[in-house]
Write a protein that binds this ligand. Structure first.
Ligand code: WT7
Length: 713
């Protein structure tokens, strides 16, 4: 399988020199945007290359005019006085304006007479021989459980939930941690926080107790919303149990979680789950059942007026140190940007029969912007599916599309590669005729997967939008607009209107066409992060400290991605140049995994690198130096069983998505004279796996290589 150069997260380190990243991918296929009538989409918001160019030019010529017009689509309690105040790297958008995010996603639709419109179409995972809490007694549900939630119901539920949270002491400015399965109540909890003017910090349900603990402590959260469990591939994920473990560990460190609100989703009986609302449980927190606390709360709760620059949410992402970064997004700018990008990238419009399905979990930024906020602001029904793509069969996603007549399908390259492997016959068995637009996100997509997606899912008629962006950008920054921009498989094409993107060298000079460099954004945009929670230094140095405008000295936003631009001005993202790895589209800091490894009593030192992987894009390879004394005292061998134990240890500490694919033992790690681990060398070793595993020794001694490299250094 071909992958774009650097696609497998293997670009690490390449941008470190003078800014030359060479690219080997040559892809000449090109697909013109389809005619709106022929595709059956009514009309395009932006309908020609010319129109896109004009819009982009105008947006850069008069940014305040452009963004002011976009902000005018939102409902404000009080209008802004100034579109932007920019004192690099600090931006304040729509200064003086006040609004409420839940009002913009829910209440205003009800007030405009759309209370009976469907906001959420939810499908649970259990099908077949599984007992579902929601349908007790029926062990064999032939059809999955489906719920349609209208805007009126959402207004009522967010109000009740907000009142329940308020009774636990949550108020404007607090951070509520949410750790839930993909159920409508997750969206309710998110919007209920917004309703109160409190910030949410959603933690992906795949994270382990240690990861929860770190994030709750960093956010200073006192209230956690969770569920007893969630369904994943027919099994129950023990969410509440993980929260209990995290809360207990936190109380040992002097941080008390005060309240835990628990949705009964799976209803599986474990002793700790038999609590009564109001009783004190693990970590000294008071536990409440959702159906009692939320169910019993009043359904009247006005939307709290917040400032445009008040924090809407924190979302933790991985960086190059061991500690996750809490990315701060604020209310006005984020909403304007999520709403606009959803509308333009997916040509969203209400009352046009659209059904939007983004398969991302709300625990990621993709779920924030394109399951909840961006889609609801455009009053298009959003599909939430609870479970795995392979339950009960490998064609589950195609049956979801057919059952709900999904028009927009948005997923990740790693999923597309998996579908390819599962076979063309699976999508072919289902009616995918409702589809109009396909999207991809999370990592560079290899052209082979892109073309497969277009053919087998989009039947060669749906445009594919490859959306490049980050947790930090809030929404898409480069993507084709489906009715306006011709696509090339593997390229995220052109910048979003309002985005001044470029590929530059370390001096900030634009690279000539075809030459690789650093992907930067040269001026502020409303969806940009406002900070890293509690860490100003990290915010400034990670994003604004590397590249400057060569003429004015003004800092550029640096994405940490390498990219090139072709002669047509199309962007080709090559991958990260920092110490983070994209595994199945999820960012993992190498340091995070290394810290987990060294927390094992047998590990002296560890180095983690990415290695190319056919499905995941990249996989984790961990080089580990063991403590000889531990091996002796425990009577252990550095063999397969210890490798498995270490891999499971990482999964337990960080979460299953961080489980290393390979653990390799080394007597020493190769280092430079200054003591830096030579990751590039390790990456080469990891990529050449086959040759080395044929070797009979399990211990790899790098000391020779490292001595050689030291001399070069
Ligand atoms: C990193 C950001 C964006 C939401 C989900 C991931 C990579 C993302 C693409 C794409 C090439 C992509 C970049 C970026 N990335 N989308 N379409 N083409 N690379 O958010 O976890 O913050 O990850 O994902 O490397 O920096 P995230």
């Amino acid at each position: 399988m071909t992958t774009p150069s650097g696609a497998a997260g293997e670009a690490g380190g390449v941008g470190g020199g003078s800014g030359g990243i060479d690219s080997t991918l040559v892809e000449n296929r090109r697909f013109e945007p389809p005619d709106a009538g022929a595709l059956g989409v009514g009309r395009w918001h932006v309908g020609s290359a010319e129109e896109y160019r004009r819009l982009h030019e105008e947006s850069l010529a008069d940014p305040e005019g452009f963004w002011g017009k976009e902000a005018g689509r939102l409902a404000w309690f009080r209008g802004w006085e100034k579109v932007l105040e920019w004192e690099a790297p600090d931006a304040r958008w729509f200064v003086g304006g006040t609004l409420n995010a839940c009002y913009n996603c829910v209440d205003r639709h009800v007030q405009a007479g759309h209370g009976e419109d469907v906001a959420i179409i939810w499908e649970g995972e259990p099908v077949g021989p599984v007992t579902s809490h929601a349908s007790p007694g029926s062990k064999y549900a032939a059809e999955p459980e489906v719920r349609r939630v209208t805007y009126r119901e959402l207004q009522e539920q967010t109000s009740r939930c907000a009142n329940a949270l308020r009774s636990m002491g949550v108020k404007k400015g607090d951070v509520v941690t949410i750790y839930m399965p993909m159920v409508p109540e997750l969206a309710v909890a998110v919007l209920a926080c917004a309703r109160l003017g409190a910030a949410h910090s959603v933690i992906f349900g795949g994270f382990a107790p240690h990861a929860i603990k770190e994030r709750v402590a960093d956010a200073g959260s006192r209230v956690i919303v969770t569920a007893d469990g969630g369904y994943r591939r027919g099994e129950v994920v023990p969410l509440q149990k993980n929260v209990e473990e995290a809360a207990s560990a936190l109380s040992g460190e002097g941080h008390r979680v005060e309240h835990v609100l628990v949705l009964k989703r799976t209803g599986h009986e474990l002793p700790s789950r038999r609590f009564n609302t109001g009783s004190v449980g693990a970590g000294g927190a008071v536990y409440h059942w959702w159906h009692e606390a939320v169910g019993g709360a009043s359904d009247a709760c006005p939307c709290v007026e917040v400032g445009s620059e008040d924090m809407l949410f924190l979302l933790y992402t991985s960086g190059s140190t061991g500690k996750p970064k809490g990315i701060v997004h604020t209310t006005g700018g984020y909403l304007v940007y999520a709403g606009m990008t959803a509308r333009l990238t997916f040509n969203l419009m209400p009352d046009a029969g659209q059904v939007f399905w983004c398969t991302a979990d709300v625990g990621w930024i993709t779920g924030h912007s394109y399951v909840v906020y961006g889609v609801m602001m455009n009053r298009v029904p959003t599909v939430m599916y609870e479970g795995a793509p392979n339950f009960p069969g490998n064609d589950r996603f195609w049956s979801v599309i057919a059952r709900h007549r999904v028009t927009h399908f948005y997923t990740a390259p790693t999923a597309i590669r998996t579908f390819m492997k599962w076979g063309d016959d699976l999508p072919a068995k289902h009616d995918l005729s409702s589809l109009r637009i396909l999207g991809t996100v999370g990592e560079p997509i290899n052209p082979e997967a892109w073309v497969w997606y277009r053919r087998h899912i989009g039947w060669d008629r749906c445009p594919v939008v490859d959306t490049y962006w980050q947790t930090e950008t809030g929404g898409h920054v480069c993507t084709p607009l489906p009715g306006a921009v011709a696509t090339k498989p593997g390229s995220c094409t052109v910048p979003m209107p309002g985005i001044d993107a470029a590929v530059v060298n370390e001096r900030g000079e634009e690279m000539p066409a075809g030459r690789g460099g650093l992907f930067v954004i040269r001026r502020p945009w409303p969806g940009m992060l406002r900070g890293v929670h509690g860490n100003r230094e990290r915010f400034v140095s990670n994003y604004w400290g590397r590249v400057k405008d060569p003429a004015t000295g003004e800092p550029y936003y640096f994405s940490a991605d390498g990219a090139r631009r072709d002669a047509d001005g199309y962007f080709w993202v090559q991958g990260r140049i920092d110490d983070v790895i994209k595994v199945s589209g999820h960012l993992l800091g190498t340091m995070e995994v290394e810290s987990a490894l060294v927390s094992h009593p047998g590990v002296a030192e560890a180095a983690v690198v990415g290695m190319p992987h056919e499905i995941k894009g990249s996989a984790i390879c961990a080089f580990v130096t063991l403590k000889p004394a531990w091996l002796r005292s425990e009577g252990r061998e550095p063999g397969e069983s210890l490798k498995k134990e270490l891999a499971s240890h990482v999964a337990r500490e960080v979460g299953a998505l961080a489980r290393p694919d390979q653990v390799r033992f080394a007597e020493a790690l190769p280092k430079t004279r200054s003591g830096k681990i030579m990751r590039r060398l390790l990456r080469d070793v990891a990529a050449g796996v086959e040759k080395i595993t044929q070797d009979t020794t399990t211990l790899e001694d790098f000391s020779v290589v490292s001595r050689l490299r030291e001399d070069e250094d």
